[in-house]
Design a protein around this ligand. Structure first.
Ligand SMILES: Cc1ncc(COP(=O)(O)O)c(C=O)c1O
Length: 387
């Protein structure tokens, strides 16, 4: 048997797959994986259907349709006062995942160190390692998951080529305040590092909290690769339309990777996303309100059963810290127990750690219909006690 690429061959089945499989096997409600169960905005879906029927079905330009690149630039100018040249600083990719891979492969060379924060999204480390990079992990902790000077000082070195930062943070559901972003920006400048900023959750924020793109922090404009995803913005996660925004020298090389990863992205969906990004503020604000309503429904329900909920500031997720319950089981054991005994699937947050995991926190997705959430809550009503 040939020995295959160890970076990938040795990857275990992800806990997301394992839990989804357990959810299917047990006929459980899946509050593990992060996708909404409504069909998404009808006008945007119709725009895509029209584009399929009326043209736009051949290879579009590698960088993305000019109208979408313009719409992305206008969108960020409107929401964040960020001025991007749509032709030199914006590229469309096949989802945030491809954008991340393109950015990492564009930046990281063998021996480079890359600072990452645990809980860490699962695609980052394998790609960093495939590029020959060395991940330097910061351990973030509940309940606040904040960045500290001490933690950053411990991992940044003269070899720190890049930092990979996810904000808002999945699974912790934190929207980082300006203070933390300024701290990170200071380190990036002191160590001359590039920030790859995974902001796919940028629009999914609650309680009036505003997402602040790292690229808008003084000193970061030319050293940040900003990544977005229409899937999260429009609750159309299967569309896989991502964006990369960066100063021309960074975007140019990122585009060269994209050229050989996917080259282009479905043009009809690009047309629809361009239309969607131009929607008035009302759309974005009511999407947030609707999701916040679901968050509150699940939060109140879980609290009434006795679960200590860590309040979600953004994303489709909330987390529960099991430690005060004295259950004497890990987050993973808890998730396995509730999927088999109570037919509700969730995700153990320890799965987002490679070393020194936090083992007491569980993630639930609330982007579901009221009836789905209510049934899950009914099923979980005595899950705080071990059977
Ligand atoms: C933090 C984070 N980054 C990236 C992605 C992937 O985005 P996409 O579906 O656009 O590839 C996700 C999806 O859940 C995510 O949570």
């Amino acid at each position: 048997m040939h020995s295959l690429n160890k970076t990938f061959a040795n990857l275990p089945v992800t806990v997301f797959e394992a839990m989804s499989q357990l959810a299917r096997d047990n006929n459980a409600i899946n509050l593990g994986q992060g996708f909404p169960d409504d069909p998404g905005p009808e006008d945007i879906r119709r725009a895509a259907a029209d584009a399929v029927m009326n043209g736009y079905n051949q290879y579009p330009s590698m960088m993305g349709l000019p109208e979408l690149r313009q719409a992305i630039a206008s969108h960020y100018a409107h929401w964040h006062d960020l001025n991007l040249d749509p032709m030199a600083e914006v590229m469309v990719t096949s989802g945030g995942t491809e954008a991340l891979t393109s950015a990492i492969l564009a930046v990281v060379e063998p021996g480079d160190e890359v600072v990452c924060f645990q809980p860490v999204y699962d695609s980052y480390l394998p790609i960093i390692r495939q590029a020959g990079g060395i991940a330097r992990l910061v351990r973030l902790e509940p309940p606040h998951w904040r960045l500290t000077e001490e933690a950053l000082r411990a991992v940044f070195t003269p070899k720190t080529k890049a930092v990979l930062f996810n904000n808002p943070l999945n699974p912790a559901a934190v929207v980082y305040p300006r203070e933390d972003l300024e701290l990170l920006a200071r380190f990036c400048q002191e160590f001359d590092s590039i920030a790859i900023c995974d902001e796919v959750w940028e629009h999914v924020t609650f309680d009036g909290l505003q997402h602040i793109p790292l690229i808008t922090i003084p000193g970061m404009r030319d050293r940040t690769i900003k990544i977005g995803s229409a899937g999260k913005i429009f609750s159309l996660t299967g569309w896989k339309i991502g964006f990369v925004c960066a100063a021309p020298p960074l975007l140019r090389v990122t585009a060269k990777v994209h050229q050989f990863l996917t080259f282009t992205t479905a043009p009809n969906l690009q047309v629809a996303v361009a239309y969607g990004l131009g929607k008035t503020d009302d759309y974005f604000l009511s999407m947030r309100q609707e999701l916040a309503r679901s968050r509150d429904r699940l939060t109140k329900g879980l609290e009434s059963i006795g679960f200590p909920v860590l309040k979600s500031q953004g994303t489709y997720f909330l987390t529960v810290d099991l430690s005060p319950l004295g259950l004497n089981e890990s987050d993973e054991a808890f998730c396995r127990r509730i999927v088999t005994d109570y037919k509700v699937a969730a995700i153990p947050v320890s799965a987002f750690y490679e070393e020194q995991p936090v083992t007491s926190v569980v993630r639930f997705c609330f982007a579901k219909k009221d009836a789905t959430l209510d049934t899950a809550l009914e099923r979980l009503s005595d899950a705080v006690h071990r059977r």
